[in-house]
Design a binder for this molecule. Structure first.
Ligand SMILES: Nc1ncnc2c1ncn2[C@@H]1O[C@H](COP(=O)(O)OP(=O)(O)OP(=O)(O)O)[C@@H](O)[C@H]1O
Ligand SMILES: [Mg+2]
Length: 310
């Protein structure tokens, strides 16, 4: 069953004196299945936040429709089981993290005992159990993002929509958020999140939609989008001499020497195999051999080359 569905969803903003038209979202059709992690990927200004604002009822579509759990998003009922992390969350700076969570729980009609229990659990879950009684004013950017995530989960929602959940976080923090999203899926929840960081999406998403200039340019299962075939092999070698390196690098798409290390990249597996055998014959060492699959990054670059970024 599609948990989130949109048909021809569009948004036109009119700005400035001249009421200039900005077509932010152009007829987007999405279908997010139950229990999936769905990545909504696109560069800055692509229309991610505008789409998410329509899904969460913050702005009205200019055209098209959207449903969450088969309820039209115009119906406030559809927000009863929805958790939402907005982009650049507005915070009541003078509240402590715990008070902030309590406040949101109260808005959602959760009873006091449950609120208090959940606030404690969630602060722990997002990795800031020590900060519950500190004012948000003193939180770092990463801590704000984390307490925002906790806020999105306070009602124990079935569907979670996160606008750039990894933004402002360092690599460790990003990993924590990835793990949190995975744990939500393990609990059977559906997670829809936006990002412009392809790597974050590639590792955890079941499906992705790539939006560029308000249009969905790709949509589907990661494996189908990227294919399974190997697009290249990278080898890092040590303990070989320069003449051998000169011999081995014939046909390589990349050949780099760095101190005692040699990096070679080939498009085909056969060449990599040949280099591997020659290196071992010469008693050299293979530090690593990494097959390169097409990545979401590659897909993005291809779209950019087609002019879909312009
Ligand atoms: N309230 C608004 N009034 C006018 N134009 C807007 C408004 N909100 C967004 N836009 C425009 O719509 C387009 C899409 O913006 P949106 O915020 O949806 O992109 P985004 O994909 O979320 O980008 P980012 O990665 O930077 O967050 C942009 O050109 C933006 O300038
Ligand atoms: Mg945005």
């Amino acid at each position: 069953m599609a948990i989130i569905r949109t048909e021809g969803l569009s948004k036109v903003f009119r700005t400035g004196f001249t009421m200039k038209k900005v077509e932010a979202v152009k007829g987007v059709d999405l279908k997010v299945d139950a229990g999936e992690i769905y990545g909504f990927i696109g560069p800055n200004g692509a229309g991610k936040t505008s789409t998410i604002k329509m899904l969460t009822g913050l702005i009205l579509p200019t055209a098209g429709e959207a449903w969450i759990q088969d309820i039209p998003v115009s119906d406030p009922k559809c927000r009863a089981h929805l958790g939402f992390l907005p982009e650049g969350t507005f915070f009541h700076e003078y509240l402590t993290g715990r008070e902030f969570l309590d406040f949101h729980g109260q808005l959602l009609g959760i009873d006091k005992a449950t609120r208090q229990k959940r606030a404690g659990e969630l602060l722990e879950r997002v990795g800031i159990p020590h900060a519950g009684d500190m004012r948000i004013r003193s939180y770092s950017k990463g801590m704000r993002q984390r307490v925002g995530l906790a806020q999105a989960l306070i009602a124990d929602p079935e569907v979670v929509i996160l606008d750039e959940p990894m933004s402002g976080l360092d690599p460790l923090g990003r990993k924590d958020v990835r793990d949190l999203i995975l744990s939500l899926r393990d609990e059977g929840k559906t997670v829809f999140f936006s990002s412009h960081i392809l790597g974050d999406a590639e590792v955890i998403c079941d499906q992705v939609a790539i939006i560029v200039n308000g249009n969905i340019v790709h949509q589907g299962y990661i494996d189908d989008l990227l294919g399974q075939e190997v697009s290249g092999v990278e080898l890092v070698l040590e303990g070989i001499d320069a003449p051998l390196f000169e011999e081995l690098k014939v046909g390589a798409t990349r050949a780099i020497t760095q101190g005692p290390r040699f990096l070679l990249e080939f498009e085909d597996e056969a060449s990599a195999q040949r280099v591997l055998e020659r290196t071992l014959e010469a008693k050299g060492h293979v530090r690593s051999l990494v097959p390169r699959r097409r990545s979401l990054e590659d897909l993005f670059v291809e779209e950019a080359k087609k002019g879909n970024y312009a």
